[in-house]
Write a protein that binds this ligand. Structure first.
Ligand code: SAM
Length: 234
């Protein structure tokens, strides 16, 4: 994983080029379906209002956009942003019939939107992959309206030592599942490494704070395997 550390941008692109076709099925297999519950909890905490505008960054295959639109009875709009066009294509197929979604192939660090455009900014299992997280958070703040909210779902740090030991043993099987299902173990070695190297709950909270957000809080799910961070642009 030396390449990951020295050239994160290229490695992240290659990871999603390698896995996009099997991304959804691998998510179900690796998390035993639990990622669906995490994402539902995420949208429930967002509690979006009708006639609002969401930007979902690192939108992947469109899970968050779909849950958001279901929650507001399709009476709102979503801009899905992802730098990988193959992931966006799958999202388009999944959400294609609705006119409430637009797709943008862009980097989270340089969003193609005006200041103060969105009521909500979401990022789910995306922030860990971004080269400069600080730049992406700056962009999140810029594109949100005053009164807008950022919600971030990401792998985090498990506090309980026994759960952590189980989690570490389980993590070692993930590249093997990847090899069986996708035919490659490297993208999943990247996944495990990137989770280990990513910020703790408190470190991420501090970084969000540094980018002028207020009313910050976070919730651990599944003992901290993942965490949801919430913050507002006031
Ligand atoms: C693990 S997937 C998450 C997809 C989806 N949000 C979900 O929760 O299932 C991460 C996504 O982030 C995208 N991504 C990684 N770095 C990015 C960046 N700097 N800007 C925009 N998208 C990025 C990848 O292309 C990939 O689709």
């Amino acid at each position: 994983m030396q390449t990951y550390r020295t050239n994160k941008n290229k490695v992240v692109s290659k990871v999603f080029d390698d896995v996009f076709e099997k991304y959804d099925i691998m998510n179900d297999l690796m998390s035993l379906g639990i990622h669906r519950l995490w994402k539902k909890t995420f949208i429930n905490w967002l509690n979006p209002q009708k006639n609002s505008k969401l930007i979902d960054v690192a939108s992947g295959t469109g899970d968050i956009a779909k849950l958001f639109l279901d929650k507001v009875d399709y009476k709102s709009s979503v801009c899905c942003v992802d730098e990988n066009k193959d992931m966006l294509e799958i999202s388009k197929k999944k959400l294609g019939k609705t006119t409430n979604v637009k797709w943008y192939c862009n980097n989270a660090e340089n969003l193609p939107f005006k200041n103060n455009e969105f009521d909500y900014y979401t990022i789910s299992f995306g922030i860990r992959n971004i080269n400069n997280v600080n730049n992406a958070l700056g962009e999140a703040f810029r594109v949100l309206k005053p009164g807008g909210r950022l919600l971030c779902l990401e792998f985090s740090k498990v506090k309980n030592e026994i759960l952590n030991q189980f989690y570490k043993i389980y993590s070692k099987t993930i590249p093997k599942i990847g090899k069986l299902v996708v035919g490659k173990s490297e993208p999943y070695e990247y996944l495990i490494d990137s989770i280990e190297e990513f910020y703790s709950q408190k470190e991420l909270l501090e970084l969000i704070k540094k980018n002028n957000f207020t009313n910050l809080s976070y919730r651990n799910l599944s003992g901290g395997i993942v965490a949801i961070h919430s913050a507002w642009k006031i």
